[in-house]
Design a protein around this ligand. Sequence first.
Ligand code: SF4
Ligand code: SF4
Length: 442
Amino acid sequence: MPEPNLLKSLDYSVLQQCMHCGMCLPTCPTYDATKFERSSPRGRIRLMREIADDRLQVSPAFAEEMSYCLGCLACQTACPAGVDYATLFENARAEVERSGVASTPPRRLIRWITMSVLFRRPRLLRLFGRLLWLYQRLGVQRAVRTLGVPRLLPKRLERLESMAPTVRAPFSNQRIQPQELPAGGEPRYKVALLTGCVQDLLYANINRATADVLLANGCQVFTPPVQYCCGSLHAHNGELELARDLARRNLDMFPVAELDAIITNAGGCGSHLKKFAHLLGDDPAYRERAARWDAKVFDIHEWLVRIGIRPPQNLVRPPAAGSPQTIAYDASCHLLHGQRVARQPLEVLRLIPSATLVPLAESDWCCGAAGVYTLTQPEQSAKLLARKLDHIAASGATILATGNPGCLLQLETAMRNDPRLAQVRVCHPVELLADAYAAENP
Ligand code: SF4
Ligand code: SF4
């Protein structure tokens, strides 16, 4: 029996929500770039509905439009009708995969290696990370590039190689103990820390900083040394069944009932982690557990503000003379639009001693990272990135803070190569907070 059309199997009320008012149009980066209706949220929803109603077939043009959409969810924030664009988008991309219209042998191979193998096996992913770290650390990567070897690869692989991020060992399991207790007195809360996949390989220091900040705020921190991917990569790229499988593995791994909160510091992951009940709504064995899980997942900024963050005391280390720090905050799309966590990162950043928060124009506008968008839509990604860099330069900030590893990687790499911004520190807000707590007790 053929598999059902995923857009057709959606609750029809979700497809009907759009009233075509167009309020989302000015917030959509792809509509802004093209002024094509089909590249707007309203146009894309219309296309999805036509497919659900059997008036249109899934075609390569539809697949390209779904790939061109950033999934930034700015349209969802702007929409007065409460359109659930995230669900529509995930199902549309899943339908593209199910139909096979975009499928080619190299694409299938890359997707299988990444989504079915590496990002489902955390030990293998770490082994891969360690090998990549050695490859980069021992100078092999430099030699390979100097010899021009990547030019012999197919175009897509060449681009992949050129964009390989710098792996930063040691990883989270070597930096964080499975159980850590706050100094002095009974913990106020017991929380689990999610260390992520990309975050673990590239930014395990941010996981350490998150644990430090939680400890400084009276939380006992439980961090399983080996953790499964949350599945956001899979859900956002049309692999809903794999995302369900990973959600179940996460639910089996964490003692949800014993925890006060499950903490994530990655905006993109958090947006997905809070929707396990929706993802597993048809699974009676996991549905209720997933709902309990969702209620306990918090972004780190959200949690700190919720429990009453302890302001760091800047009594011991005065600011270095002649170096006033200014922080610009760039919101991760999935933190802002997916999770609606808007004011909390700013509240956290305002507590950083000896630094001032400065405004950043279009801080709610995508930086072009958008998961794997840099690879799949390099031209549009580069345009959005250039626009973001201009705004950061205009802000005059000495520090750029953002709460998602994809955005950090995109901005850090580009800013290092931009003479206007090469000296600007790029970091996660919790790193600044952890530094401030550490400065209390040098
Ligand atoms: S998710 Fe972003 S790019 Fe896609 S339609 Fe919405 S605003 Fe436009
Ligand atoms: S704002 Fe909402 S209801 Fe209006 S066109 Fe956009 S998606 Fe449809």
